[in-house]
Structure formats: C-alpha cells, structure tokens
Design a protein around this ligand. Structure first.
Ligand code: FES
Ligand code: MG
Length: 591
C-alpha cells in the first residue's frame, strides 16, 4: 500500500534535495555505516526521531535504552525510519544545584536537534520529572508530529510488609529519625526498599504526575503513563507508540493540533483529581506558554480547586503505581471525570480520536484505588493560589493537608481556614539545616517556617526545599508538621502543606526579602490571601534599608544565562525570549 503524506516530509529537503544531488550525497553518506541505504533514505519514508532520555546518569529513564528497540521495531513495521539520538541527562535528585536548571537547557538542545536535522516526527521518551515538560515544550516550538512514551514507574516498594513509596518514604522516615524512632541504618533500608526496580518514582510525585499530564493532554497512547517500567505491557506500549508515530507523520498530526487551552484545563483537572505534584504548576504553565496557550494563575483555582481527590496513591493517599496501573491508570481517572461532567472529553489526541473515545468503557474495577467523584477520598482537594503583601503568587496543594494540620490550624470556630503564625526566616537550605535545631529561634507550634533565596534566580534554578521539617524537639513532642512558605519548590512526593513557588522571589526583590523573624503572617484560605502583618510605612522603611539577601554567584555559563533569561515560577519559569519561536519546522534551515 502506498501512502501519501498530508504534506511532503521535511527530510526530503536533505535527502531528496530537488536539483541538488551533490548536497543530498553529502547528507546521505554517513548514515550507511549503521545499515541505512541511500535508496531507503531517498524513498520518501518519514524519518522518526527517538529522543533518548535514558542513560547511566538518568537512571529513572534508563529503561528507555531497552525500550528504544521496541520503538524502532514499531517504526520499521509501520514503514518509517528510526533515528535515535540523546537528550541531555536530567536526574531529579542527583543533579546539583538542582535538576530544575536543566529543564530549559534540555528544551533548547532538543529544539536545535529537531529543527536542524532531517527529522519528520519524534517519539519523546519521558520519565523523571523534567524529562516530560522539557520535551513537550520543545515539540511545541518545533511543531512536528510528536508522541510521548513514558518509561513507567518502578514496581511498588515494600519494607517489612508496609508499602514504601519513593521520595515519600524519605520525608516520612526523616521525621521518624528525628523523633528517635528509627536508626540511620533503618532509614537507609526504607529508602532502598522504596526503589525495587527500573522506572521512575512509584508515588504520584512529579514524574508520575507529569507523565499522567502528558496522557491527559492527549500526547500519548491511552494507558501509557501508568504501566510499570518492568511490565510486559510496557514493551508492547513502546512498540505501539513506534507504529503510531509513523501514521502521525503521514497525518501531519502536530502538537499544535492537540495542545489547546481546553487540553491544558483538562491537565489541571487531572492533577487535582490524582493529588498530583505541586511542580505540575510551573511545568503546565511552561508547556502552555510554549504552545501559545494562555493560562493564568486563576485557572488553577477556577478549574482545579473544587475537584475532589479520587486517586488513593501516595503522597496524598495510600497506594503506589502498580495498583494504579491495575486499577485502570489514567484512562480510568479520565473516564471518571468525564462521566461526572468534570472533564472536556472532546479534546483531540494523538490517536486521532477524542479523549472520550479513547477512554470509553475504561471504568475502574478497583474502587479502593480510584474513587467516584461522588464518594471521593477528599472533597475540594485541588490547588489554592494565594497572594498578598509578600508575593503576587504562591500555590498550596490542599490534598496533602492532614486532618491533624486542619485541626491545629484551620478549624478555629468563626475563623475556619484562617490562621496566623510567627515567621522564622531562613536564607536558603544551608541556613535552615544549620539553625533549625537552635532553641534560641523559639520555634513552636505557632511558627511558620519561611525559606527564601530558593527561587529560579536565587538558587539558581529553584530548589525543592520548602517542605521544611520542624526542629527535632518539636517532632518528639508530636508536632511533625509546621506551616511552611517559600520561594522555592518542594518535591512532588512530599506530604507537606506548604505555600510554594512564591513569585516574585526574594532574589528579584519579592516581599520575602523584607520579611523579618518574628513578623506575624496571616493566611486566609477563604479569600486566598497571605499577608505579613507589617504596616506599609515599616515595609517602605525596610525596603529603603535594602539588604536583599545575597545569592551565590553563578558557577557555570548556563547558570549565568539561565539567571539572565528565566522568568518566575508563577508563569512557569520559562525562557521568555524563546516563546516567540513556534512552529519553526515550517522553515527549512539553510544549507
Ligand atoms: Fe527521577 Fe523521581 S527522582 S522520577
Ligand atoms: Mg522533584
């Protein structure tokens, strides 16, 4: 069967080069050394890139090194030519000063690769946190047909008969260690037991959240994101994804046809319903910005807050990734949201069909894991956005506010969802670690722990440090959570009820810069406000006095450039100048 592409493949400009066989010859020669022939490259078949995100330095995505073979088979069987190439490594919890600085760099390098080489369509191999948004952002800028293949989470972790989820176990065991309930060795055992196989984090941390988001956006085949990495189905999904991208190349099914405002609103809804990571906020904002879709901070509250938590997965719930997959994965969540009227099922996807068509009949068979909207784990469990005299934007993930925290801070009669606390301010995480157990700070139950200097410019990159643990002495008294606030982020696996991603950050003169120890902060979740109870004259005086806390120097060329060009987290922390480039594959690069 001969197939005609909806429009000529761009790789023809390289290999078929009408009237320039001298040029084509140059381009063709080197590909033969691994088996491709000039005849094949000139045959008019689409060339399908496989953006390889796995490596020894990116262990969460390393499964893709093996999966790529299945992707290639799918591409070949469907009549395409695979060409695999590396994405720069992004490994969330090993990269210093933070993997967040890599998202925009990986974005830029992938844009250049997709634009400057003869690639007609691409498989984006995702897993660890930033590997999803960086590649989706690049696919929008270039706008060639693109499909997301998740690597999948690790198998469930078990420790002494108890489920232990990656990341989440660290935060929980750290509190037990501080309380003197476990030894260092036991701490390490719990951590290693949480990671029993290849794959990304098995909790609904940032990795699982962002892969689920890609699926909800319509960028992957239904069911793709939740299949555990070592499962047989994962390899089959890789093969099917390889097959499908070839058809997408012929159909010219580009990201710009999928990534609409409605698709992004669906993504926000999904994140709320699954108790997804607070890092989804900057990443979804960034992907929308690069797709040319206008999304605002208010959208998180308007479309996300009222939704209930229906997925029983750590850190907001009890279980882990294997059970999520067996319960139906993302299709079962989308199905539940559609039948309850909470999701736009008309959005178009990479299957060539709508979300509603993709998930028809995919109701869960495990109501312990995936609840109905009518009987959820928690009502109104989405995100709240706060503002006030300290910042214009801060976000709070309400699905992880514990009953104990609600009772202590949010249930005063007549003042429900309102509390005041005394600030103790730390300049970055070293300062926090040095001083948190210093009794002279007077930290008690009525303290809010504040961290600054942790945003995109201050850190640089924006660090996952806001989920600060109370002093050991307080934990031993049974107070294992205090309110926290900061211009950094926190891990998606954390169960801390923090006010995060505060923008503008202190390093660019945001209000946290003038905040002092002992200032009272009033947080009103009803009105979405957070204010330091400091009068305007005093604020003006402090600003006059200056003294924005110092931030470390840049230590690499990229750190310097990142600081110069990156915006604040409320808008996704994107490279603002890059947003004007969109759909650049339509321009043939010069020879
Ligand atoms: Fe890579 Fe969690 S650290 S997925
Ligand atoms: Mg993280």
């Amino acid at each position: 069967m001969t197939r005609n592409p909806a429009k000529p493949f761009r790789s023809r400009e390289w290999f078929a080069a009408p009237g320039r066989s001298d040029m084509a010859a140059l381009y063709l020669e080197r590909f033969m050394n691994y088996g491709l022939t000039p005849a094949e490259l000139r045959s008019g078949k689409p060339i399908i890139g496989i953006a390889q995100s796995g490596s020894d330095l990116a262990p969460c995505n390393r499964i893709h090194v093996d999966l790529a073979r299945r992707v290639r088979e799918g591409i070949r069987d469907a009549g395409g030519i695979p060409m695999e190439f590396p994405l720069m490594p992004i490994f969330e919890n090993c990269r210093r000063p933070t993997a967040a600085i890599d998202r925009n760099l990986a974005y830029m390098t992938l844009v250049e690769t997709l634009y400057g080489y003869p690639i007609d369509a691409v498989v984006l191999t995702t897993g660890c946190d930033k590997t999803t948004p960086s590649q989706v952002m690049a696919a929008s800028t270039v706008d060639i047909p693109a499909i997301v293949l998740s690597g999948g989470p690790m198998l469930d972790g078990w420790h002494n008969g108890e489920l232990v989820g990656s990341g989440t176990v660290i935060w929980r065991a750290r509190r037990k260690l501080a309380a003197g309930e476990i030894t260092e060795e036991e701490f390490l055992d719990r951590a290693t037991d949480s990671a029993p196989s290849a794959g990304h984090c098995n909790t609904m941390g940032t990795a699982s959240t962002m892969n689920a988001v890609a699926e909800a956006l319509g960028l992957s085949l239904p069911g793709c994101s939740a299949i555990p990495a070592p499962y047989r189905e994962r390899g089959q999904m890789a093969y099917e994804t390889g097959r499908r991208i070839v058809d997408m190349a012929y159909e010219d099914l580009r990201p710009s046809k999928v990534l609409t405002r409605e698709a992004f609103l669906n993504a926000i809804r999904l994140v709320s319903a699954v108790g997804g990571s607070s890092n989804a906020q900057p990443h979804i904002m960034a992907m929308a910005a690069h797709a040319g879709v206008e999304l605002t901070a208010r959208d998180w509250v308007e479309y996300g807050y009222d939704l209930p938590l229906i997925l029983n997965m750590q850190p907001a719930g009890a279980y882990l990734g294997e059970r999520f997959h067996r319960a139906g994965g993302v299709p079962a969540i989308l199905h539940e949201l559609i039948v309850s009227g909470h999701l736009d099922g008309d959005c178009f996807t990479v299957t060539g069909k709508s979300i509603a068509e993709n998930v028809a009949g995919r109701e869960t068979n495990d109501r312990e894991m995936i609840r109905t909207v009518a009987q959820p784990l928690r009502e109104k469990a989405g995100y709240l956005v706060l503002s006030g005299n300290l910042f214009d934007f801060g976000i709070l993930k309400t699905s992880v506010i514990s009953e104990d925290f609600r009772r202590r801070y949010l249930s005063r009669p007549g003042e429900e969802n309102i509390f005041e606390a005394k600030a103790v301010v730390f300049d970055g995480s070293d300062d926090y670690h040095h001083r948190i157990n210093d009794p002279s700070l007077g930290i008690d139950e009525n303290t809010i722990l504040v961290i600054r200097g942790a945003g995109p410019i201050g850190w640089p990159g924006s660090a996952e440090v806001v989920n600060m643990q109370p002093p050991d002495a307080l934990i031993r008294q049974g107070i294992d959570t205090l309110p926290t606030l900061g211009d950094g982020r926190q891990s998606g696996t954390s169960d801390s009820p923090s006010i995060l991603n505060v923008s503008p950050e202190s390093a660019v003169g945001g209000g946290l810069a003038w905040l002092r120890d002992g200032d009272m902060i009033r947080i009103d979740l009803n009105s979405g406000t957070c204010n330091a109870l400091v009068d305007d004259a005093e604020i003006a005086r402090r600003k006059e006095e200056g003294g924005i806390p110092e931030v470390p120097e840049s230590h690499s060329p990229w750190e310097e450039l990142f600081r110069e060009k990156t915006g604040q987290l409320d808008k996704g922390g994107v490279l603002d100048f890059a947003l004007k480039y969109r759909g650049i594959a339509a321009i043939t690069p010069r020879h």
